[in-house]
Design a binder for this molecule. Structure first.
Ligand code: ATP
Length: 244
């Protein structure tokens, strides 16, 4: 369904060219739950932005259902069936949560139906449905509202960049259930960028990206024991450094 072929991307800095993604090739199959992980600054969010069209690769191709989408805009990709939840969601002053969920769902949902999506992400729907998506929402609330909009869209491919960021522990437990349910009910694939062991544990496949390259890609059972080792973060970091 999604195929990244030899994707490279870099930026020009005062010290010269900085390579951010180096010849990345990755296939995400139908109905797969793929978690991309790896050390900070490895290139995960940049890769997610390539999938959504926020950044364009310097070289390489992106195929979605066999169609070359490399030059397509964000809107064209969204219309083809790709959704994206940003690491830092944007606020929409003047737009209410209900409007945003209706826009995402692309139909005139009843308030009760829209509320179901908010409840799924652990928000008390009646308190939020008429709120404006502005600076009055906390980072964690905004993040959960954005995840609710991706659920409402229900597209073939949903990409989440660090959905756990800024979410409290209680809501995080809910979030895991949301993803587990999504995995069972969705007719599409899910790509999640995450550092969380609980999310890695429910993946079909895990991809480890470090320093702009794919270090490892395999099933959860193949990759998780290697990453976690003794299940401590320091040993995970040692793994990344050894392999890089
Ligand atoms: N537009 C840009 N200009 C300069 N450097 C950039 C740009 N975009 C990304 N980078 C750099 O590219 C590297 C990869 O960034 P990216 O956000 O993709 O990493 P990440 O793996 O998602 O990290 P994290 O786990 O911290 O979210 C980082 O060193 C970042 O500073």
């Amino acid at each position: 369904m999604l195929e990244l072929q030899n994707i490279s991307f870099g930026v020009l800095e005062s010290q010269g060219k900085k390579e951010i993604l180096k010849d990345i090739s990755l296939t995400v199959g139908e109905n797969k739950f793929v978690v991309i992980t790896g050390p900070n600054g490895g290139g995960k969010s940049t890769l997610a932005k390539m999938i959504m069209g926020i950044e364009k690769p310097r070289s390489g191709k992106i195929l979605f259902d066999g169609q070359d989408i490399t030059e397509k805009t964000i809107t064209e990709r969204a219309n083809l069936g790709i959704s994206f939840a940003l690491q830092q969601p944007v606020r929409f002053k003047g737009v209410h949560v209900l409007d945003l969920i209706r826009l995402a769902a692309r139909k005139d949902l009843s308030a009760a139906d829209a509320c179901k999506y908010l409840s799924e992400v652990g928000l008390c729907a009646k308190d939020y449905i008429n709120r404006e998506v502005n600076g009055s929402l906390s980072g964690g609330e905004l993040k959960r509202i954005e995840i609710a909009t991706v659920l409402a869209r229900g597209t073939k491919l949903s990409v989440f960049d660090e959905p756990e960021a800024g979410i409290d522990l209680w809501s995080f437990q809910n979030l895991i259930q949301v993803f587990e349910k999504m995995r069972e009910t969705t007719n599409g694939s899910i790509v999640i960028i995450s550092h969380q062991e609980r999310i890695l544990e429910i993946a079909d496949e895990i991809v480890v990206i470090s320093d702009g390259s794919i270090l490892k890609h395999g099933t959860r059972d193949e990759i998780l024991p290697e990453i976690l080792g003794t299940a401590s973060a320091p040993s995970g970091c040692q793994f990344y450094r050894r392999e890089a």
